[in-house]
Ligand binder design. Structure first.
Ligand code: TXA
Ligand code: MG
Length: 314
């Protein structure tokens, strides 16, 4: 359904309007510290269905539910010492926890895509927090981009992909982390890394006192299982020290280029710039070549997104 998309500021009037629209079961894109999310009331099946429709998202891919604080999270899931330790260390922040649903949880089964678990996150962004508090309920929110395209880190990215398909976008400038949240699940008492993201595995291991298990290859429902994900229109070539003729080159550290993710080789800076720079090079058209990124800390999540951007298209 075509509709005009309101661009709201993250002031009191804008936040009230955004919360009101969510209460009316409309779709509102909002900033988080990771990427912009496309929010809807997680208890309302019609509102959640509209997310899948606006994104063109396959319905088997479950959504992350955003809540204001730990106690709100605990009302939906079976809690325990490991989630408590991780929430204490990283919430609010770029970590999502996948936990077993409680009976009478009240969330739409479309949010969980019928799984017995749900992914929960308490975002740190002040506008996200204010919106969740004003709305007073759980907000389902995938990244606010058409399915399979580059994730949005500004309101302009959201408008470029979804204008006319959602009620509003709450604009509060660029996202500071720039990569989606790290997703951790639990299997037989072990913490399992389901998606690398804004909190590094090393940081999580330091809190747990042991490293995260890798998911069994067959049973994950983690993001970007589909080969082509986060895809610009042009092809993407990785580990490129020098560009081929016609390629737009994205540099890092000592590999200098027209645009650099971080000239000083800072992985947090590179993460924050990644999607914005892919959007920019994508807008120029043509193939993209990306410098090698070190495979540790946030570099693991950056390389994960780049590998998906470079994956063969269907
Ligand atoms: O940073 C983020 O996480 C952003 C912002 C908006 O919060 N959200 C985000 O959502 O990246 P999304 O929908 O693009 O990615 C959610 C991923 C899904 O692809 C799914 O694979 C995984 O989380 N997920 C959700 N529920 C799950 C569950 N019950 N079990 C396993 N994986 C789950
Ligand atoms: Mg996404």
């Amino acid at each position: 359904m075509r509709q005009p998309t309101e661009r709201l500021l993250a002031d009191d009037a804008g936040l009230n309007r955004a919360a009101h629209l969510l209460q009316q079961d409309a779709l509102v894109a909002f900033p988080t510290e990771t990427v912009y999310g496309l929010g809807a009331d997680a208890r309302n099946g019609t509102a959640v269905a509209a997310i899948y429709e606006a994104k063109g998202r396959p319905s088997f891919n479950p959504l992350i539910v955003h809540v204001a604080d730990i106690s709100a999270a605990q009302s939906y899931v079976e809690w325990g010492p490991m989630p408590q330790a991780l929430a204490d260390a990283f919430w609010p922040g770029p970590l999502s926890l996948v936990l077993p649903l409680r009976a009478e949880h009240g969330l739409s089964s479309l949010v969980t895509a019928g799984l017995p678990t749900v992914a929960l996150r308490v975002p740190a962004h002040p506008a996200a927090h204010a919106l969740l508090s004003k709305f007073g309920g759980p907000v389902a929110a995938p990244s606010a981009n058409p399915s399979g395209r580059i994730s949005p880190t500004t309101a302009d990215h959201v408008m470029a992909g979804l204008s006319g398909r959602i009620a509003a976008v709450l604009d509060d400038g660029p996202c500071t982390v720039g990569l989606e949240s790290t997703i951790v699940g639990f299997d037989a008492g072990q913490a399992v890394l389901l998606r690398a993201g804004g909190v590094s595995s090393e940081e999580i291991a330091a809190v747990l006192g042991h490293s995260l298990a890798q998911p069994a290859a067959t049973n994950i429902t983690a993001p970007g299982q589909m080969s082509s994900h986060y895809a610009p229109r042009g092809s993407v070539r990785l580990n490129a020290i020098t560009p081929h003729k016609g390629e737009h080159h994205l540099g890092f550290g000592a590999v200098q280029a027209e645009l650099s993710l971080s000239r000083t080789g800072d992985l947090a800076e590179a993460a924050a710039n990644l999607f914005e720079y892919l959007h920019r090079l994508d807008a120029l058209g043509g193939p993209i070549a990306v410098a090698p990124i070190p495979h540790h800390g946030l570099g693991i999540a950056i390389n994960d997104r780049l590998a998906r951007a470079a994956a063969p298209r269907d």
